[in-house]
Write a protein that binds this ligand. Structure first.
Ligand code: ATP
Ligand code: MG
Length: 644
């Protein structure tokens, strides 16, 4: 595709990316003389009528959006079976690459990016366009840091039928809302959920739900409680965690009502007075019962208590209207009485509360736990201790909640976050792996430094890790560990393989396997070899020679033609056979292609004429010798000069 021109005006330059559905190229719009990005539908979709129609319709709808955080769509077009979309070109990278490279982002940066995405969603939602595929791959970060959302509505064009065409579309399942995962209707709130996952990933550096298969991941979105962001990264302010929790409630009714609502929340969440706000809570009951995907016989059995041992087919069906009526009534009665009790407790609590004097919360961050506890006791406050791995020395309080200048009622609790020391992990075993892959893995896991030392090695192939320090399984703190990878440069000397007579492709492979490279390739006409691309010479390197590793070996290969001065012809040979006899015929030909070629060897019972093909060169005439029953019978000599 590169170098092709589409619609007479978009000159494709180079491929910049590709997902399951399309390939994206950097291109020049020759009419407006500007750089654009052209998204070309993969050919398997180009033949799907339905899909193409939806693709065009959606692209046109998106073209109507105009917002600083939305990648502008300039044009959609078709050339033969190729469908394409022309967009604003964003120089920079996508958010997935940023996260993969740096891990979790600084909180203010993550909030800003989420805010800009949310602004784009708000604009689109107001125009009745739902994105449906919010994921970091679709968030582009320009060189200036501007956030641009791409692929609005395109996901709609991908039906479940087309999803099966490609593994990569399924990659999105990590960002699918429970209702999307269940295959239900997707609306504005699904985009909010997906944005919640993106924000989660930005502040923790991890995905909340992952698994071996798309189905596992989808089920987790539906059923598993969210691993709380602050458990992973305690530096996340409560206000930011609250936004994530509210965007990721499984029940869409409990989620933010609109992108606008989430936007307002994002705008103020880093204000000092909000940072330590109360943790948001959703009634677990509400959450869990509402999102159960479907009722299974096992679940039903649980509801029916002991009866499950003799369930009949009938009992396995859904509860009848009547059964539901009385369970509901019971639930209501329960809820109402619980409410009454709770309110009573609440009133008593509130009344007491106003009686208790307030004290200043002492500053204990940075002290040892024992000292912190003493200080709290002096202030007549209680402590709640949470131990977590932290770069701070073991036993140090690295954070407290609340902190001065807050005041608390006496006997209230201050949460102390105490360091268990930096997190130690077992050093992975990287020996035998590709050196640059191993290096990237270590960088992703935030090791302090990776040093690559190149060494010659006779067994470990070039580019692979020979050994490492620290050794595998050593317990280390990545942020404090410098890893040295000893990467093989291959053997010092390679043994030149015998490539004569081999196909060029095969010869190249053998060179690489031996630790050599293919050098200049030259074609040459040949009398001996009639097939093209057969190696004729590796001069000056001979098979078996010791050659410095990495040497570029020049290859002379056959062109598949005879040299220009060759003369090619046929020569008739007549063999006589006496009546009723059988003769063993052998014809031996020597010509420019080689000496003593046995061109005929068979038994014949009748006279026969052979037309032998011969090739002559200026220094090689042809000779033909015919043997009958092993005895020389005829000899011919054809001179180069005598052939036309
Ligand atoms: P999917 O096909 O599910 O949308 P995807 O988002 O990974 O998966 P594409 O949308 O085809 O795949 O985009 C591939 C990559 O091309 C993006 O991740 C991004 O890096 C790059 N890209 C897409 N659009 C642009 C653009 N307008 N300007 C610059 N780069 C872009
Ligand atoms: Mg995309």
């Amino acid at each position: 595709m590169e170098g092709k021109r589409l619609g007479g005006r978009y000159q494709l330059q180079k491929r910049i990316g590709g997902g399951g559905m399309a390939i994206v190229y950097k291109a020049t719009d020759l009419v407006l003389n500007r750089t654009v990005a052209v998204k070309v539908l993969r050919s398997q979709f180009g033949t799907d009528e339905d899909f193409v129609q939806r693709f065009r319709r959606e692209a046109q709808a998106v073209a109507s959006l105009s917002h600083p955080n939305v990648v502008s769509v300039y044009d959609v077009g078709q050339e033969d079976d190729t469908y394409y979309m022309v967009m604003e070109y964003i120089e920079g990278s996508n958010l997935k690459d940023v996260i993969n490279e740096h891990g979790a982002l600084p909180i203010p940066e993550a909030v800003r990016i989420a805010l800009e995405i949310c602004d784009a969603l708000d604009h689109a939602h107001q125009n009745q366009i739902i994105h449906r595929d919010i994921k970091p791959q679709n968030i582009l970060i320009g060189k200036n840091g501007r956030v641009k959302v791409t692929d609005f509505g395109i996901a709609r064009a991908v039906t479940s039928a087309t999803i099966t065409h490609t593994g990569s579309v399924l990659g999105s399942v990590h960002y699918f809302s429970p209702e999307q995962a269940r295959g239900g209707v997707t609306a504005e709130k699904s985009d909010i959920y997906s944005l919640g996952i993106v924000l989660y990933e930005m502040v923790t550096g991890q995905l909340p739900f992952s698994g071996d298969s798309p189905i596992t991941v989808a089920l987790k979105h539906l059923q598993e409680p969210l691993p709380e962001p602050r458990q992973i990264n305690p530096d996340i302010p409560q206000s930011v965690e609250n936004i994530i929790l509210k965007a990721l409630v499984k029940d869409p009714h409990l989620r933010y009502g609109s992108a606008k609502e989430m936007l307002m929340d994002l705008k103020t969440c880093l204000a000092p007075e909000r940072i330590n706000e109360e943790k948001i809570r959703f009634s677990v009951d509400d959450e869990e019962t509402r999102v159960i995907p479907a009722i299974t016989p096992e679940m039903l059995a649980q509801y029916q208590g002991g009866k499950q041992s003799h369930t009949t087919d009938q009992e396995e069906q859904l509860p009848t209207g009547r059964a539901r009526w009385w369970t509901k009534a019971l639930a209501w009665a329960g809820t109402v009485s619980l409410f009454v009790v709770l309110s009573a407790i609440g009133i008593i609590y509130v009344l007491n509360y106003f009686d208790v004097p307030e004290v200043n919360v002492p500053l204990v961050t940075g002290t040892q736990l024992s000292r912190a506890l003493e200080k709290l006791e002096e202030a007549e406050l209680k402590a709640n201790i949470i131990e977590q791995h932290h770069p701070e020395e073991k036993g140090t309080v690295y954070k407290q909640d609340p902190a001065p200048p807050m005041r608390l009622k006496k006997n209230n609790t201050v949460t102390l976050y105490v360091s268990k020391g930096p997190q130690q992990v077992s050093m992975p075993d990287l020996t035998g792996q590709n050196g640059s892959v191993a290096e990237q893995q270590l960088k992703r896991e935030q090791y302090k430094e990776v040093i690559i030392e190149e060494r010659e090695h006779d067994e470990v192939p070039a580019g692979h890790v020979i050994k490492q320090t620290p050794l595998p399984s050593t317990m280390v703190v990545p942020a404090e560990t410098t890893v040295t990878l000893y990467v093989s440069k291959g053997k010092k000397y390679a043994i030149m393989p015998n490539l004569i007579g081999k196909m060029l492709a095969q010869a190249k492979i053998e060179l690489y396997e031996a630790g050599l490279k293919d050098g200049k390739i030259e074609e040459q006409a040949s009398y001996e070899v009639q097939e093209p691309n057969i190696v004729l010479s590796t001069y000056p390197y001979e098979p078996g020679m010791e050659v410095p590793s990495g040497t570029e070996v020049p290859l002379v290969v056959s062109s598949g033609q005879y040299p220009a001065e060759a003369k090619v012809g046929t020569y008739p040979i007549l063999i006589d056979v006496p009546d009723g006899e059988e003769v063993d015929v052998r014809i031996v030909l020597s010509d420019a292609r080689g000496d003593n070629q046995v061109v005929v060897k068979e038994k014949i019972a009748q006279p026969r004429e052979y037309a032998l093909s011969i090739v002559l060169s200026p220094d090689k005439d042809a000779t033909i010798e015919v043997f009958k029953n092993g005895v020389s019978d005829q000899k011919h000599h054809i001179a180069y000069e005598n052939l036309p």
